[in-house]
Every structure is written in structure tokens, then in C-alpha cells.
Design a protein around this ligand. Sequence first.
Ligand SMILES: NC(=O)C1=CN([C@@H]2O[C@H](COP(=O)(O)OP(=O)(O)OC[C@H]3O[C@@H](n4cnc5c(N)ncnc54)[C@H](O)[C@@H]3O)[C@@H](O)[C@H]2O)[C@@H](O)CC1
Ligand SMILES: [K+]
Length: 505
Amino acid sequence: MSAPSARPVPPRPGAPLYDVATLRRVEAAALEEIGDADALMARAGEAAWRFACAHWPDAKRVLVVCGPGNNGGDGYVLARYAHTAGRAVSVLRLAAHAPRTPEAQAACAAFIAAGGQVALVGTDTLPPADLVVDALFGLGLTRAADADSAALIEAINAAGAPVLALDVPSGLDADRGHAAGTAVRATRTVQMIAGHVGLYTGDGPEHAGARAVADLDVASGCFDGEASAARRVTGSDLGHWLRPRHRNSHKGHAGHVLCIGGDHGTGGAVMLAAEAALRSGAGLVSVGTRAGHVPAMLARCPEVMARAVDTDAALGALLDAADVVALGPGLGQGAWGHGLLADVLASGRPLVLDADGLNLLARAPRPLPSDSILTPHPGEAARLLGCTTAEVQADRLAALHALVAQSGAVVVLKGAGTLVAAPGAIPWLVDAGNPGMATGGMGDVLTGVIAALRAQGLAPEAAAVCGALLHAAAGDAAAQAGERGLLPRDLFGHLRTLANPEWPR
Ligand SMILES: NC(=O)C1=CN([C@@H]2O[C@H](COP(=O)(O)OP(=O)(O)OC[C@H]3O[C@@H](n4cnc5c(N)ncnc54)[C@H](O)[C@@H]3O)[C@@H](O)[C@H]2O)[C@@H](O)CC1
Ligand SMILES: [K+]
């Protein structure tokens, strides 16, 4: 009799996202293969029109704002389809934005030949419309929008109609996810050929709205030899990492997490991390904290083994028993926290470092165990890098790479479009989470989740990305009841549910 087949392993998760330089090369390869630049633009404009019809089938008055480049060209093609379909189409452009490329000029001429009209627009209020199509700037944006373009973008945002952005919401940097000046706030964005990394992190999600990709039938061979800038994962990818437990599991198999932190006045932080670790499947969770917080910890969660760590001996015993240490929530930056960090680093235990653990590291940089995980928010990242939070947010991917290079660790850069990277690996982008999660204590929960997954045997990179995803997905589930007022502890029940994806038995 043959052995029962192994449970199916899903393919490597994540959809590739690309930077502009790579998309330009892919586009060039596609143009070479197709042999006709107008044909690719025709596909883009037609795909965008089909997308508009699918989402706004009843839009009678369609306003298309065209810029000077090929993004504007896509807009002229869409306008021709809309006009031919009998919609009331207005194409508007700034006087300075006459089509400059041969393809855009041809698309504009074809629209006019079909009976369409192009009007010059000032920077004042736009005429009423049921749908505004933003074809002002795409991948070719090279600097913050000039004054007239910025005013036009403001007019699009104030139009009071749904906005469909072609390829990129105009004004957004498609690599960095940064809106240096003003940028279109789209209802939806249809990206051409492949996903653009900047639409998924930083300012990107806010400006792009719901994102889709029109692949324009570009052959997969056009991507040969091209690396993605990031891999996008969503809650449906959790099953890749969260396998069912073996029937004969015992608590020793699920690992022992030690959470350390909770200086005077911030005891709740380490309690949140500890409970999150239990709800994410850690077999045992210990807490080392200030003596005054031990009774509250035990009252809140009797499954936790809470100890005062006011002496080195007490900490040593806890460290000996731990598989993974989560250090930082509520730690403070005083002598107590400083001493704990030094002792934990000396122990060489696998480490998840957060909050004041990171701030102490920024003040006194030192080597970390090679399998450490750091979970900075943009402010902590800025302190580690010696720059401003705004500089981190202006180029989150660059900040992520710099943190990995600096620390040699796996880094989770939190914020909208959380990024995760290990040394030498393509970053992960977590496409989940919501603004309701901008609440004190939410990061402490993430620390506990990641530590628990690490303790259950996931390698550092896997624990970090799966943990960030599990945390964000739990936040989304909790936000079903509303984003405002969402508390970190509202995630606990959802962590438990989502940590157990359905698997055929
Ligand atoms: N080449 C092709 O056949 C295809 C092109 N596509 C479209 O083409 C777009 C890229 O076209 P382009 O490379 O022409 O670039 P864009 O159309 O994005 O913009 C380039 C133009 O905007 C000007 N510009 C850039 N930044 C500015 C600023 N801050 N203020 C004022 N003017 C500014 C540039 O001088 C240039 O004239 C893509 O985003 C996509 O929409 C895709 O549809 C795929 C096919
Ligand atoms: K655009």
C-alpha cells in the first residue's frame, strides 16, 4: 500500500509588484514584440474603458483630463471609446499639455476624427460629470506637479464625482508611494501591465483607492530576467505558513515565548504582547515585568506565567526556559530597560525587538543575533537611521533596505502597506490592515504575534511576514464593527480564528 499523500502545499504566495524602471523595460520588451507603439496604447485605453464600464455602467457624462504624455494618450483612447459608445464625453487639458509623444498625438487625432472635442481648461472648477478619468500623469511623473497641474489635480479631487485613475493617481510617485505635492485621490486605479509598488505603501493606498491591473496581454517572456520590487500578500495567503497542527502535538512543540517590558506606567503593553502570543498559538508564554504589574497580568490572563524581573537572577531563569524573547513593549528607556536589553542580547536567544527596545538600540547601536526581527514604526525607523520620520515615509522601501543593511536582521516597517524584508531577499508587502489600527498598543500585539509564530517553528522571515499579515487581517476583521474606537485587544478573538485557516484533513 502506498503512503498517504502529503497535504498539498500552496505555491509561493504573493503577487509581484514592480518599480518604474522595471516596468519601462517590460514595456519596451512588449513594444518590441508587438512591433507597434500605438497598439499597446490602444490596448491600455480599451482596457481602461472596459474597466470604467464594469464599475460605472450608468455614467453618462464622462470627463477625461489628459496630460501631455502617454498617460494622456491612454485617456484619449478611452475618450474615443466612450464617445463611440454614445456617452457625453468632455476631454479637458491644460494649454501647456498638448500631446507630446507620437502615440499620444495619434490617439488625440483619432478621438477628434471620431467627432470628439478637446477643450482647454483653466484651473478652476470642472464641469459636472458622472465619472472623472484622471489621465494627467502616469509613470512619467518626474517631480512634484507644477502649479497649474497641481490646481487641476485639486479640481479633480473637488469634482464630487467618482475618479478613475489611469495607471497611477496623478501626482503620486509610483515607486515610493509618496505624494510630494498634491495628488489625485482616486476611487479606483487601473494599473497597466503589472502592479506598481508605490500604489500599495505609504500614501499609495489612500490615493489609488481600489486597485486593479490590466495586463494588456503582455507576454510573460517580457518579464524574463526582471525582479519584482516586492511581493504583495493578503489574508488569503495565510494558509501558506499556518499549517494544521499534528494530532499528537503537545505544548512543547508550540514553543515558549518570553515577553519582557512594562516599566512603571506602561505595564499594559507587555500584557497585550503576551496575550497576543497565546492567541497566536504559542505553547507557553512567560512575562518578565515590574513587580507591581504581575497581579494585573495574572488577573487579566491566568495562562501567562508572570514574574518580576527586578534582579538578574530572575531574568536568567526566564531566559533559560524561553525559545523566543519579545523585548520592548512598555520597556522604557531607563536603566531598568537598558539592563534588560543587555542581558537579553547576551543570552543570544532569538529576539523580536520592538518599541523602546528599538529606541535603546538607536541610542547605543550594537550587534544583534543574526536571526533577530525588528518591528519599527516610521518614527522608530527614523531614530535607527538617524533621519526624520518624513524622510522614512517619503521612500519606505529605501528605508526598509537601509534598516536591513544596518541591522542584518529581518525588519518589519509598519504603517499603511507594511513592508517586511530579510537580508538579500525581495521584500514582502502586506496588503491588509486599516486606519482603525492606529491605536496605542497595536504594535505590542504585533510583537506578540510574531514571537509566537517564531516559537512555533517559523523561520525569522516567515514569522515576520506571516505575523504582520495575521495581525493586519485580524485588524480588518475587527474593523468590520467600525474603524474608530478599535482597540488592540479587539484583535484577540480574530487572531485565533485567522491563525487556523481551513485545511482539508
Ligand atoms: N508606451 C506605451 O505604449 C504605453 C504607455 N502607457 C502609459 O504611458 C504612461 C507613461 O507615459 P509617459 O512616459 O509619456 O509619461 P506620463 O504620461 O506619465 O507623463 C510624462 C509627461 O509629463 C511631464 N511631466 C512629468 N512630471 C511633471 C510634473 N511634475 N509637472 C508637469 N509635467 C510633468 C513630462 O515632461 C512628460 O511630458 C504610463 O503611465 C501609461 O499610462 C501604458 O498605457 C502602456 C503602454
Ligand atoms: K493618471
